[in-house]
Design a protein around this ligand. Structure first.
Ligand SMILES: Cc1cc2nc3c(=O)[nH]c(=O)nc-3n(C[C@H](O)[C@H](O)[C@H](O)COP(=O)(O)OP(=O)(O)OC[C@H]3O[C@@H](n4cnc5c(N)ncnc54)[C@H](O)[C@@H]3O)c2cc1C
Length: 386
């Protein structure tokens, strides 16, 4: 692991910083889990893409700038430093995009990646079903071959951004005689297809961050299959690796929260119990440790390594760190922590409550932390299954 930046890295950082300073909206955009906010974020993504910053590590022909993963980390640091809007197409650019890069045909790369980079097409992830959450191999939704088409039936749920997204990627059972991990195929489905019904789900904060999606004889072309038929589990594990191990939660996000937490503590230090100072320091150190660990992962990937089961360690670490940071912030704020975003005189206080509510879901999404602990026990420590 080499922690020194080259002059090219410094120049890249300066260019990103200058572009973001000139272009990041002065006021925060409305939440992307509202219709208005979704469109505002889509417009922002389009601007980011026009500037060449949508997904810097992708090849130029697909909307990137051919940067390496280290430059992506640098870009992320500048992005959070500039307080730029959340990425509405995160399921696409951070999860499906790298999977298409690994398993897609040249036609699929050319078809999907540029429109993903510009957020002309925003993606939802359709894995969970009412009876298949942690136990993803219990998926029941079927996609049965009829000539050059799959006929899809069943239900997906908890699809983030699903209420407003254009496309869904998901796993479907293409061989009804199989069970568990076999006979599943990774398929890309336009959400406006006949036979697809999207029903928004209201979440804890009242916004429609999710949708359940119903398929009634929905037909999609077999060219929408990613990877080989029946090998969906393998393709999905690659997506999960990016989700848990690297791209979904870049360290810059937590460094930014840690810095805000330090600033919050400093502003209220006189009113805080001494133990809270230790908590703040622990959180800050956690964010730094996560950053160094991510730089190590990226160094490994740049030398030809792959994301492996250690992605589960990573996922537990970032989700528990996020929770600890928000809990500490609420403790510093005391009774003021109950102010909702937008309440009179709330100022920035409401964003901590908002962030706390979301951080509660960190140990659940991207595979619950209990499941990650099982993976660590069995796959890394080699412990018996029972
Ligand atoms: C904010 C958020 C966003 C999400 N976005 C998406 C999305 O975009 N697409 C999508 O497909 N899904 C999404 N999900 C769903 C998420 O993947 C599931 O909620 C998660 O996998 C858990 O499944 P479940 O809710 O069915 O819980 P269950 O699987 O029923 O689990 C219930 C509890 O039992 C525990 N448990 C279950 N099995 C075991 C075991 N073998 N060992 C130990 N403990 C166990 C779990 O850890 C959990 O605590 C999202 C969830 C949240 C909260």
């Amino acid at each position: 692991m080499d922690l020194a930046y080259t002059p090219e890295h410094d120049a890249f950082r300066a260019e990103a910083r200058a572009w973001l300073a000139a272009n990041v909206p002065a006021e925060p955009l409305p939440s992307f889990d509202t219709a208005e906010g979704f469109q505002a974020h889509r417009d922002w993504e389009s601007k980011l893409n026009a500037g060449g910053w949508a997904m810097v590590p992708w090849p130029v022909e697909y909307g990137g700038r051919g940067a390496d993963l280290l430059e992506w980390l640098i870009f992320e640091e500048e992005y959070y430093r500039a307080n730029a809007p959340g990425r509405v197409n995160q399921n696409g650019i951070f999860l499906l995009g790298p999977t298409i890069m690994e398993y897609g045909t040249d036609e699929q790369k050319a078809r999907y990646l540029p429109r993903m980079a510009s957020s002309e097409e925003v993606w939802a992830q359709g894995w969970s079903e009412p009876n298949a959450g942690s136990d993803m191999a219990a998926i029941q939704a079927t996609a049965l071959r009829d000539g050059d088409e799959f006929v899809i039936n069943g239900q997906k749920t908890w699809a983030s951004r699903g209420a407003f997204a254009d496309w869904l990627f998901g796993m479907f059972r293409t061989d009804p005689d199989t069970e568990r991990h076999r006979g599943l195929t990774f398929i890309l489905v336009p959400l406006d297809s006949p036979g697809v019904t999207v029903r928004p789900i209201e979440q804890l904060d009242g916004e429609t961050g999710f949708a359940e999606v119903f398929f009634d004889d929905a037909r999609v072309s077999v060219v929408n299959q990613l990877g080989k038929e029946g090998e969906g589990w393998k393709v999905a594990m690659s997506t999960a690796g990016f989700e848990r191990g690297l791209m979904l939660r870049s360290p810059a996000r937590f460094q930014r929260t840690a810095q805000r937490l330090v600033d919050l503590y400093r502003a209220h230090a006189d009113e805080c119990e001494p133990a809270l100072r230790d908590e703040v320091v622990r959180c800050w150190m956690g964010a730094e440790a996560y950053t160094l660990e991510t730089y190590r992962t990226v160094s490994r990937l740049l030398s030809g390594g792959k994301i492996g089961f250690e992605a589960s360690l990573n996922k537990i670490f970032w989700s528990e760190l996020d929770l600890a940071m928000h809990r500490t912030a609420l403790a510093i704020l005391g009774h003021r922590a109950e102010l909702l975003p937008g309440a009179p005189s709330a100022g920035d206080v409401g964003s901590w409550l908002d962030g706390y509510l979301f951080s509660l879901s960190g140990p659940i999404y991207a595979g619950t932390n209990e499941i990650q602990r099982n993976v660590i026990a069995e796959r890394i420590l080699g412990l018996p299954r029972s």
